[in-house]
Design a protein around this ligand. Structure first.
Ligand code: DQA
Length: 145
């Protein structure tokens, strides 16, 4: 299995950016932890971050046939980018939307995501653990009920 974690605008500033909301760890520190867990699970994982909507869209297009799934924290783009929303079905692979903070406890503009409807599911409010939860969605046996 091959996965990619895509982080959007301002997430390269984790560790510095509002640590009371997003924690003190840098994106590199977070990615190192996820990489270690992915290795333990025998999963190949790549990481990508961009502040640019267009670059993120191009990256999502290029994921088809390369990855089995995308873990996407699109940052503020999640709340308004219809272009990003349209890119997700083009990739044709499952996307799990992640937010570090609980967006429902925050400003009203954060309480709407235009990408959720084209994602497999949404994980929000569990801090950086959310990325690992998304990883487990892909790696663990599916619960059939
Ligand atoms: C975020 C929440 C967004 O509202 C915000 O714009 C971000 C980060 C989160 O991970 O909690 O950049 O996606």
């Amino acid at each position: 299995m091959k996965l990619i974690i895509i982080n959007g605008p301002n997430l390269n500033m984790l560790g510095v950016r509002e640590p009371e909301v997003y924690g003190k760890q840098t994106l590199n520190e977070i990615n190192d932890k996820i990489a270690a867990e992915a290795q333990r699970k025998g999963v190949s994982i790549d990481f990508y971050q961009s502040d640019s909507e267009g670059e993120i869209i191009k990256k999502i297009h290029s994921c088809q046939g390369v990855y089995d799934g995308i873990i996407l924290n699109a940052g503020a783009l999640s709340h308004y980018s219809y272009a990003l929303r349209d890119a997700i079905p083009i990739a044709g692979i499952p996307v799990v939307e992640v937010h570090i903070s609980n967006v429902y406890k925050r400003e009203s503009f954060r309480q709407k995501s235009v990408i959720s409807a084209v994602c497999q599911g949404v994980i929000c409010g569990f801090g950086i653990k959310g990325y690992l939860m998304a990883l487990y969605y892909f790696t663990e046996e599916k619960y059939e009920g």
